[in-house]
Write a protein that binds this ligand. Structure first.
Ligand SMILES: C[S@@+](CC[C@H](N)C(=O)[O-])C[C@H]1O[C@@H](n2cnc3c(N)ncnc32)[C@H](O)[C@@H]1O
Length: 254
């Protein structure tokens, strides 16, 4: 690479630390538009007062509801049988996924609290063992399997049949390396058409919040290394990026 090209790449990176995310992200204004873009018909089931809660300015513009719309719609529209969540916390999103994929099993992974120091730096929440999954347990949902593991060492394994992942929601440690590695592991267990959702993916807010910046950097690296390609959809005011695993590229003729 010539010095001039290297310099221009470096300048571009300074101006925008995740240029590929910027280039590949398509923002849609409404859930109806998201459904149109993906050819989806079903509306998600959205229950729970917490979806309308407001703690601080991070929840402005119905952020929690927008997040739930994207994740619920992904589960409700894909006939998902094998679902994965990385980062259970209280289990509110676990419950939403399970309710929107009643024919599937949601595997949800959370680091055991005693290992939290090994779990990466940008960990926004460190619940106790009793608190992990408390919300979905109270609802008595039967299609959830709790896994206690640090994803730095965990490999997805879903029993003897080990089916591919239909929908994955990645919301564990937000360090760029974790986002990158968690997604790599997920991708290795996906099929064409699988849906990957990243939480804390919101390019317009990346300059304001270090952990959102890191999620965007992790996704940018996946694009740079061509582990993912094509568009990432982002519902405006949500903090979720949605990627549909494409069909493999046909080999070049001749
Ligand atoms: C932001 S919270 C998840 C919120 C949840 N997905 C929801 O939407 O309700 C992040 C969770 O990831 C867990 N976590 C952090 N680092 C992890 C790691 N390396 N492996 C597994 N879980 C991790 C934290 O303990 C925390 O409960």
């Amino acid at each position: 690479m010539s010095l001039r090209i290297a310099l221009s790449h470096a300048l571009r990176r300074l101006a925008d630390p995740h240029p590929r995310v910027t280039r590949h992200t398509r923002t849609v204004r409404t859930l109806a538009d998201l459904k149109k873009a993906l050819g989806w018909k079903a509306d998600p089931l959205l229950t729970g007062d917490h979806l309308h809660g407001y703690d601080n300015e991070l929840d402005l513009n119905d952020r929690r509801l927008r997040d739930a719309q994207v994740i619920g719609a992904a589960c409700a529209n894909t006939d998902a049988r094998n679902l994965l969540e990385i980062g259970t916390a209280h289990g509110q999103m676990t419950a939403l996924m399970a309710q929107n994929a009643p024919g599937g099993i949601v595997h949800t992974v959370n680091i055991p609290p005693e290992e939290i120091a090994d779990g990466g730096k940008r960990v926004t929440f460190a619940p106790s063992r009793d608190d992990i999954g408390r919300y979905y347990r109270q609802l008595g949902l039967g299609n959830i399997k709790q896994i206690f593991a640090n994803t730095a060492r965990w490999e997805p394994d879903f029993g003897p049949a080990n089916p591919p992942i239909d929908v994955a929601f990645i919301d564990g440690c937000h360090d760029a390396d974790f986002v990158y590695n968690d997604t790599r592991k997920v991708l290795a267990r996906c099929r064409p058409g699988s849906i990957i959702l990243w939480h804390d993916f919101c390019p317009p807010l990346a300059p304001a919040h270090d952990w959102i910046e890191h999620v965007c950097l992790g996704v940018d690296r996946l694009l740079r290394e061509r582990l993912i390609r094509g568009r990432i959809l982002h519902l405006q005011d949500s903090w979720v990026g949605l990627y549909r695993v494409p069909q493999p590229k046909a080999p070049a003729a001749g």
